[in-house]
Ligand binder design. Structure first.
Ligand code: LTN
Length: 325
């Protein structure tokens, strides 16, 4: 069976955008061997409050389950509970060129603002390559912003295989269909992000549904009052159509037709309502999960299984490199 693997960084609360990646994994869970982990080591590339990080890690696992990820069909685990990730990452760093790593646009964007950045932020995509290659993932569902990182993982794997022997499966990015396009409600040309400081622009999966409704109602639009999917000229309206389509699974075209003879107020109300019911449903499930011991059971299983797989893989890599006596 083919393998899919992905992770959602716990650097901020999960958003509607995160839900799209989770939904994608849910679609695959019946037909693929699915791995869904919490890349908590990736979160510390920027400073985190330890107590908040700890809580968020648990919350995120509970949210995976509340959003319909079946722990029987998915291997769910914490990156930090598997030492082999950081270990393989070091090996891969030694086979990655400075030039390649320096081309990563996410890193370039972050450093272009002139902020102090950690070395970890620079090597971040190589740890991500390790996450993927340890398990021989065939497919990696990610938003469009992570595509370049998966391509780097491919390049690293291809080169390693050529030089040392065929050991890594070459992964392919699977770009989340609409999720890669869910935008900030206040600045609809920017991706809706868990690390955004614009509270009104982002809908969190644990937002009070009434608050979420208000955020939709005050989303930025434009003044020409025609409803059309046109992300360049009408980013705000297009984003609302996208959200509606994503949450109802109705194709974007049909959504556009459904609303084309109405007005912005109607569209916003309908989107607000579907967002609120979606959140309500997730949160009801979340409440019962967070107060049970299912999270620990799931994570213990995931930890054991993935440590076994990863230790085998690293042993083979060490063998190929002559790291043995
Ligand atoms: N970099 C990703 C999170 C991530 C990931 C991975 C995704 C870390 N390791 C491996 C897929 C596969 C992000 O920021 N969304």
């Amino acid at each position: 069976m083919k393998k899919t693997l992905t992770g959602l960084k716990p650097s901020g609360e999960l958003t509607l955008g995160s839900l799209m990646t989770i939904k994608q994994m849910k679609e695959y869970q019946d037909n693929y061997d699915s791995y869904l982990f919490v890349p908590d080591l990736h979160a510390i590339t920027v400073p985190q409050d330890p107590q908040e990080l700890k809580e968020r890690i648990r919350k995120n696992v509970a949210l995976y389950l509340a959003c319909g990820i079946d722990p029987q069909k998915n291997t769910i685990y914490l990156q930090s509970e598997n030492l082999y990730h950081a270990n393989l990452s070091w090996v891969l760093e030694c086979t990655t060129y400075m030039g390649e790593a320096s081309r990563m646009t996410q890193y370039k964007d972050k450093t272009s603002k002139g902020e102090n950045v950690s070395v970890g932020l620079f090597t971040y995509p190589i740890l991500m390559a390790a996450d993927i290659l340890l398990y021989d993932a065939d497919y990696v569902p990610v938003g469009i912003d992570q595509k370049q990182h998966v391509e780097l993982a491919r390049d690293i794997a291809i080169r390693f295989n050529k030089k040392y022997g065929n050991i890594f499966q070459i992964p392919e990015p699977l770009i989340t269909k609409v999720g890669s396009k869910i935008m900030d409600l206040q600045e609809p040309t920017k991706k809706m992000s868990k690390s955004s400081d614009n509270y009104k622009g982002t809908i969190l999966l644990l937002d009070d549904p009434e608050v979420a409704k208000k955020k939709i109602m005050s989303a930025v639009t434009d003044s020409d009052n025609t409803i059309k999917y046109d992300p360049i000229n009408k980013p705000g309206i297009s984003n609302l159509l996208t959200i509606y389509s994503a949450l109802t699974d109705i194709p974007l075209n049909d959504v556009e037709n459904k609303f084309k003879d109405t007005n912005y107020g109607t569209l916003k109300k309908e989107v607000a309502s579907i967002v609120a019911t979606t959140l309500q449903d997730i949160q009801t499930k979340y409440q019962s999960i967070i107060s049970s011991n299912i999270i620990d059971e799931v994570l213990n299983q995931g930890k054991e299984k993935t440590n076994q797989i990863a230790s085998q893989k690293l042993k083979q890599v060490y063998h190929l490199l002559g790291l043995e006596r």
